[in-house]
Unconditional design. Sequence first.
Length: 186
Amino acid sequence: MALRTLTAPLGLALLLSACTSTGDTPAEKRQAVLQMQQQTLARLYAKHPGARTKIANAYGYGVFDLANQNLILLSTSGGYGVLTDQAGHHTYMRMGGGGIGFGLGIKDYSEVVIFKHKADFERFRDFGWDASAQAEATAKANDNGGDVAANQSVDLDVTTYQLTESGIALQATIGAAKYWRWDELN
């Protein structure tokens, strides 16, 4: 019972933080998501310069602003982002996920997913499921601290980068994330 009492408020706080205000109108929300995309790509290129070439040579990519919590055996996550194909077309997306495994922590992070092939991009855009295994250690606040993460998709041929904003986490999980179209913005 104590675990459930602690999990519910933490989960709610996490999901609310992942759904930070992006604006009131669909146009404001789209602009906020595209601004997040540009800021995240700038951070990615500064930290991993080779990612610029990978994105330039890929069919498309996705940039997401996410939050994750892990309490003992249960992991949950949520957020939003945008997919961009070679032609520059945007598909706005939402994300929610869960998993099982050992861990403890909470973190706010960005994720960049690079799709090498059109079929994987379209499958992700249209169906959105991704099953993955993840292991990480994170202790970060703003630019202080560090993180080490490994996240491997088991059903798509993609390259994934995670950029931690802040948080503290030590976890090893297996889970699934559901990405879906953000109908209000598409």
